[in-house]
Design a protein around this ligand. Structure first.
Ligand SMILES: Cc1cc2nc3c(=O)[nH]c(=O)nc-3n(C[C@H](O)[C@H](O)[C@H](O)COP(=O)(O)O)c2cc1C
Length: 230
């Protein structure tokens, strides 16, 4: 497919048609994604394709508490787990998450509750011994390490489009990273960066909502003039 089209329409897809996606297809996706940019070309990523039903259910069970905490924070008007936030409000919001979980348990469930049933579940890992994290010693939350991993995740999502697949990057299980490491036999120095769900989409989005360039691009300074098209 056209590059610009793919870049503009690869939205989060959480509803999948029934039907298997073969290992050969997943292999082809990874075969393309492995060319993603990454610091020093150390390719610190690892993936685990989770197939075992028991493991998948366990992954869902790790996903769900974080998801309900996420919803509780959104409901309270917070950006969930923002680095800059009101921790007391966050604590109060998260305290409501069991109620949200109980409500959800009475309904049919959505993507999160059926996380174990996604056609392809790919756990994304990163090797801390291979990530050059130039902000490692910063006195604030560090970001640079992820920049060597998440382009790879994005490349998986883009390469999946060529196969007629779509999906979503998820990070909720990272709330209980130790549980995922235990389930999947991941050593301590390998961190869990997320889990990708892939499959044949029920519907492929074509129009994503994103802010215009003028709202985030300025010239010379943070408070400089907005970059405009002409
Ligand atoms: C780093 C990252 C983490 C995400 N984590 C989750 C997640 O845990 N669960 C989920 O359903 N979606 C997750 N998403 C998907 C986003 O919610 C989605 O990309 C966003 O709402 C924009 O949707 P759109 O691309 O369809 O417009 C994540 C996306 C990114 C990039």
């Amino acid at each position: 497919m056209e590059l610009i089209d793919a870049l503009r329409t690869t939205g989060a897809v959480r509803d999948f048609l029934d039907g298997e996606v073969s290992d050969a297809t997943v292999y082809r996706v990874l075969e393309t994604a492995r060319f993603a940019p990454n610091g020093g070309n150390r390719q610190a990523w690892r993936v685990i394709v989770v197939k075992d039903q028991g493991l998948r259910r366990a992954m869902r069970d790790v996903y769900l508490p974080g998801w309900y905490e996420y919803l509780a924070q959104v409901k309270a008007g917070l950006t969930p787990w923002a680095v800059v936030t009101d921790r007391e409000l966050e604590r109060q919001a998260v305290a409501n998450s069991p109620t949200i979980a109980e409500d959800a348990a009475r309904g049919p469930g959505g993507f999160a509750e059926h996380f174990d049933q996604v056609p392809v579940m790919v756990a994304l890992l990163a090797d801390f011994s291979k990530l050059a994290t130039v902000d490692r010693d910063a006195d604030h939350y560090t970001l640079v390490g992820g920049a060597s991993i998440y382009p790879f995740a994005w490349s998986i999502l883009l390469a999946a489009r060529e196969e007629g697949l779509a999906g979503v990057m998820t990070t909720m299980v990272v709330r209980d990273e130790a549980a995922v490491q235990e389930l999947l036999g991941v050593p301590d120095h390998i961190t869990v960066a997320g889990v990708l769900a892939l499959g044949h989409p029920v519907h492929q989005p074509t129009r994503l909502r994103r802010d215009p360039v003028e709202s985030f691009a300025t010239i010379d300074r943070f408070d400089g003039a907005p970059l405009e098209s002409s």
